[in-house]
Design a protein around this ligand. Structure first.
Ligand SMILES: *Cc1c(COP(=O)(O)O)cnc(C)c1O
Length: 382
């Protein structure tokens, strides 16, 4: 039998996870159906409490998506028209979209190739440019922990303090990661994460959360997520939105959080298995940092003939993904905020070379070696 005849592999295998957790998840869902408190039911507070214990963050406020978490953090900071928000161009569109939704302007920065995170030198350069132009007020920087690896928060804190910028962590992909032994959720004044199904901790729909230590910020975020509610139910203290995590999703996430540490260990093992199997090849593998433990949302390699390799892998039932084929400054929607092709060379080059391999904590050795064999075969027959 050739590999052509095999069943395609799963890129992320949520069914395997459900098979393991079925009894707990089903019981938690049944409990919610019984009590019927579908909006801000007891599971939401219970899950927020569990997240607080997991991360060490004083406050956790769950919301309807990772995108909403980012936007609510910016709104709570009072960011709006006339403000510049700095962020890496090599990210998912939500990181930039929320800035525009708030009426502020995204200023795209380049990334460093070793960790796919915002390059402090490029960030410094862009801040100074905005200062010199004088049209916008530098207000915030959004750090993105791409593929699960935390950005360089020490460097970011230093620069944010010096320039009086609000530092927001887009940890949509890095929930569960650590930086200098501190958990994601505690690395910035505010952290946003996502529970989109394919993220390291995912629910069965959309969901997200915000983490912060400041009491006033937490109260503001809680108010904004519920229509700007004041101290009484129908007091409207400010403008807000409707962005609560569904009780059903919280119930599912409670069951998933119980095994999350084990899954993180498994994710690290799968990454190490990929490392070993690819050690002899000339592919560029993910770099390791003594100060960081990745949540391993993705295992992403760099290839010079990426598109051909991806097509060959697909032929033999090995799915891959490209995060992201175009940096944001090359996207039509952000044209007015872009300095054009050539302005952010590292983001541009990596967008042509990245390829993320099938990756999930329930992946067995057979699936890993099948992926690696197909990859070696595809990239050597160029
Ligand atoms: C997934 C993701 C988001 C958005 O999260 P949603 O829950 O899908 O809204 C934001 N930023 C990054 C980097 C992401 O990967």
């Amino acid at each position: 039998m050739t590999s052509k005849d095999l069943e395609p592999l799963a890129f992320v295998d949520l069914k395997a996870q459900y098979a393991q957790l079925k009894s707990r998840i089903d019981a938690n869902i049944a409990t919610v159906l019984d009590h019927g408190k579908f909006i801000l039911g007891p599971e939401v507070a219970e899950f927020e409490h569990a997240l607080s214990g997991f991360t060490g963050s004083k406050h956790v406020i769950t919301v309807a998506s990772g995108t909403d978490a980012l936007q609510i953090a910016l709104l709570a900071e009072g960011i709006g028209p006339g403000d510049a928000v700095f962020l890496p161009a090599f990210t998912f569109t939500a990181t930039a979209g929320v800035v525009v939704q708030c009426g502020a302007e995204p200023v795209f920065c380049d990334i460093t190739a070793s960790d796919f995170a915002i390059d402090i030198e490029s960030l410094t350069h862009q801040i100074e440019k905005v200062e010199d132009e004088g049209r916008l007020r530098p207000r915030a920087v959004i750090a993105v922990d791409l593929f699960g690896l935390p950005a360089d928060y020490n460097g970011l804190h230093r620069l944010a303090n010096e320039k009086d910028l609000f530092l927001l962590a887009d940890a949509a992909q890095s929930f569960g990661a650590t930086y200098h032994n501190r958990k994601v959720g505690t690395l910035a004044p505010a952290t946003a994460t996502s529970f989109f199904p394919a993220k390291p901790l995912g629910c069965y729909g959309d969901g997200g959360a915000l983490f912060c230590d400041d009491d006033a910020r937490a109260a503001l975020i809680r108010s904004i997520r519920s229509h700007g509610q004041g101290s009484a139910k129908y007091d409207v203290a400010r403008f807000g939105c409707n962005s609560r995590l569904d009780t059903l999703q919280a119930a599912i996430l409670i069951a998933k959080l119980e095994v999350f540490e084990d899954e993180l260990v498994r994710r690290r093992e799968v990454a190490e298995q990929y490392d070993r199997a690819l050690a002899e090849t000339s592919l560029v593998r993910p770099e390791r940092f003594a100060s960081k433990i990745s949540a391993w949302a993705q295992y992403t390699v760099l290839l010079n003939d990426r598109d051909k390799v991806a097509a060959d892998l697909k032929q033999v039932g090995v799915p891959t993904a490209i995060y992201y084929p175009k940096p944001m400054h090359e996207q039509p929607a952000y044209k007015q905020f872009s300095e054009g092709v050539g302005s952010l060379p590292v983001s541009e080059e990596l967008s042509k070379r990245v390829l993320s391999l099938p990756f999930h904590p329930y992946m067995d050795e057979g699936a890993i070696s099948r992926t690696v064999d197909a990859l070696i075969c595809a990239s050597s027959t160029r």
